[in-house]
Design a binder for this molecule. Sequence first.
Ligand code: URA
Length: 444
Amino acid sequence: MVIPALIEHKRDGGALTPEQWSGLIRAYAAGQIPDYQMSALLMAIYFRGLEPGELAALTDAMIESGDRLRFNGYPRPVVDKHSTGGVGDKVSLLLAPMVASCGVAVPMMSGRGLGHTGGTLDKLESIPGFRTNLTLAEARAQIDRLGCAMLGQTPEIAPADKRLYALRDVTATVESIPLISASIMSKKLAEGLNGLVLDVKTGSGAFLTDLSKSVELARTMIALGETRGCPTVALLTAMDRPLGRACGNALEMEEAIEGLRGRGPMDLLEVTYALGAEMLVLVGAAPNLGEARGRLEESVVSGRALETFARVVEAQGGNPAVIEDPGALPQAQAVEVFRAPRTGVVAAVEPRRIGRAIVELGGGRMAVEDAVDPTVGFVIAVKPGDTVRAGEPIASIFARDEAGIALGTAALREAVTIGETGRLTPLISHRITSRGVEALAEGS
Ligand code: URA
């Protein structure tokens, strides 16, 4: 293979053959293609895109670069959910135990915080002792026992994606629909699923802020899943404000545990139930969305979902005391109330600004190897459209010290704007399947 010729062909708008894609990924995974050549190819893809056949070949090659979870002949259906990333998005923490306690196997393989968005693994690791680096064999044994494991991308799963993703992160090639699709779907398809539900975030805090791009991303991933024997459905959910109230790893874990008791913020529970219902219906564990939702609610009311989560925490080495006592989670050294600077209507709670502030406070990463501080973040009680009075407490800031409080206060002043009017956009705006796009809310 003459790599510069392949890069040149892609750069000039040509398409590579499936054999060329599989050869490229095999050689890259084997260390035979240097990062500088792969970076050039990624940038060519960023500008030129991929034809459907190229995307399929790239995704398959990324799956084939590693091993898979295998559930052939498994007594329970196997399903997972993936979010494209947001701020305050702790849905996976509730969803995995809820769905597992409805008799479905959930190999919840998640990621770390990326850019301004939080990551499920970082949230789980806020529980003292919790281990997310399970091997495939450990994950499989735990799923057999508890119906659920919550883990990171193991070295066996799509290792080519792991390298490519790290390279994209530092070469400004993340925000590409074909590259995001191949990256997410190669990992998910290697989980041996009977169904996949995608939570595609849209709005100013999402990676792809534009609605039409979010729809395109969803449709691209659905086509990849469906043509590889994995029924796939997507919901488009709002990320123009944080989801729920808590933003920051341990704070979100506390809110998720409250949610598993049915006491979480309404928007968080609504998105969780909607995605969970899709998961159950997709794999035939419930006949329709209404009944599926009833079962999920029952798993919460009966305490089964929380009990499943407690067993997962214990199995993965975490301190189960956090379930009954939020004080067992790491606590911030400095806490301060933030008050509404004026009377009016909340016009915006800008998630990107909040997410960036969490990173600045130490709760996210500037570099891959950075440790995160689980204690820092915000609890924001208001949403766009809420009326507030000057001086009313509307948020809390959690930081390491007074400098962090000052930084958090400045971030909230920018992120929360109060004016004369404000409007909450629909929380779940579209449902997308291989059959098409359905608007779920008026005006969507
Ligand atoms: N998450 C992934 O796993 N990959 C991407 O490219 C973007 C988000």
